[in-house]
Design a protein around this ligand. Structure first.
Ligand code: NAP
Length: 296
């Protein structure tokens, strides 16, 4: 029996324990973790993976790219793939900072409540890995997306990256004063908070008075999340006419998607599981975790 080997490539000095555990739970027989991985390390790693097993057995070797830095992770993916050719390839999944699985689970739950087409979405503190992926997926569902961040040059960089990498248009705002903030939020049908852990981005008084708001979601798993007054465990809980999702509400779906994608890597040696492939898996699985409508 050929063992399923998953090589975990992390740009951080210490490879993520989270990714290591989920790799085993996703079905790998052995997980080999490398920290501090640089693009120049990948030729030898790729060759070690593609030249060692017969064509029918190559599907049992795969790579997982993690780390906390989205740009570095994407570079590792690009360079790793450049060393594959013909049938000399193995499958790869990228989930830098957990952003693809987290954003996919969050947006899949929102999309289960209603069509998101044409809705105005505001992604607060959307410049991190999770916020960029949430903005991308909401735009792919036909939302008009504005994300916020404190630094205009960082905002512009994220806008351009999403446009160049995915061909999707999103806009950004620096919320300099109360009036700009009010104008933006007043139009929002959807607000998602994707700020750093422990940063409060929206008060209950503020969101409860927004005239168009239908969906609220908070990615922060900190005890005090980024949106005041909704619960971490919320999964379609309603507050008046507003439906809310907290990080632990969609967390089990995120984990299931991560495990299922690891399992999918070993189906053949040609898979590249990036944000849209991972989102497709989230949409396939979401019904097992949330049937739509209000939960208590
Ligand atoms: P991140 O990169 O740490 O932070 C996101 C953004 O927050 C930053 O780009 C920054 O934007 C903004 N920010 C930082 N400090 C701030 C402050 N004091 N005031 C206002 N904005 C501030 O976040 P991430 O890694 O993308 O993760 C986003 C959230 O998802 C985190 O809360 C994380 O814990 C959570 N998460 C949840 C799961 C899950 O399974 N539920 C998985 C992964 C992550 P600017 O500098 O551009 O303003």
């Amino acid at each position: 029996m050929v063992k399923k080997l998953l090589y975990q490539l992390d740009s951080d000095a210490r490879p993520s324990i989270f990714d290591n555990v989920v790799a085993f739970d996703g079905g790998a027989d052995q997980v080999i973790s490398f920290g501090g991985v640089l693009p120049q390390d990948l030729l030898a790693m790729a060759q070690g993976a593609i030249f060692t097993r017969a064509p029918k057995d190559k599907k049992n070797t795969a790579f997982f790219i993690g780390g906390s830095n989205l740009v570095q992770g994407e570079k590792l993916l690009e360079v790793l793939q450049s060393h594959f050719y013909g049938n000399f390839s193995v499958s790869v999944m990228i989930d830098t900072n957990g952003a693809n699985t987290t954003a996919s689970a969050l947006v899949a739950m929102l999309s289960r409540t209603r069509s998101l087409e044409g809705l105005q979405a505001v992604v607060l503190a959307g410049t991190g890995p999770v916020g960029q992926r949430v903005s991308t997926l909401l735009a792919s569902e036909g939302c008009r997306v504005v994300f916020t961040g404190r630094d205009d040059s960082k905002n512009q960089f994220c806008e351009q990256t999403i446009s160049q990498r995915f061909g999707l248009s999103v806009q950004s705002r620096v919320l300099t004063d109360t009036q700009v903030r009010q104008e933006l939020l007043q139009k929002a049908d959807i607000v998602v908070a994707t700020g750093a852990s422990g940063v409060i981005l929206l008060s209950r008084d503020e969101w409860s008075s927004l005239p168009n708001l239908k969906l609220l979601a908070d990615a922060s798993a900190a005890e005090q999340g980024g949106i005041e007054g909704i619960g971490q465990m919320d999964k379609g809980v309603t507050y008046g006419s507003i439906m809310a999702f907290g990080a632990i509400g969609f967390g089990p779906l995120k984990l299931a998607v991560h495990r299922a994608c690891v399992a999918q890597l070993f189906e053949n040696n040609k898979q590249v599981l990036d944000v849209f492939e991972i989102y497709a898996k989230a949409k396939e699985l979401v019904g097992q975790f949330y049937s739509g409508g209000q939960s208590t």
